[in-house]
Design a protein around this ligand. Sequence first.
Ligand code: GDP
Length: 140
Amino acid sequence: MAIERTFSILKPDVTARNLTGAVNARIEAAGLRIVAQRRVRMTRAQAETFYAVHKGRGFFEELVAMMSSAPVVVQVLEGEGAIAKYREVMGATDPAKAAPGTIRKDFARSVGENSVHGSDAPGTAAIEVAQFFAGNDIVG
Ligand code: GDP
């Protein structure tokens, strides 16, 4: 399988509870390398752009408000099949449906406050990485 890069966000419920290190430990234990990382407070406009695909959905307002409410940690993760692997480590969107041992099962509070974001495909990964990192910010 090819070495890929995926985009990750540790959401406000993670930074608020001082779980950045605990979530990063899960990421690294899965064999994914954190090749870029920055703590940022997203503006509302940044959150709207990032989640533009969900505009018009019932939860869009809540999602944008939550993502811009407090600091997040944006990351680039690298590894073999990193996109699918990280989705597996994250678990299902709704923590109640997430498999045992996944980040969302063990840390998420609800479908809204579900601890992490991970890209779902190579195209979206490239777009999402480029929204927050320049090429020379990423050191593999
Ligand atoms: P993901 O790829 O697993 O993050 O899931 P989606 O792309 O379907 O949704 C993006 C994000 O929107 C999720 O991670 C949740 O934070 C949020 N979200 C999705 N569905 C709901 C919902 O029904 N209610 C709320 N409050 N948030 C939701």
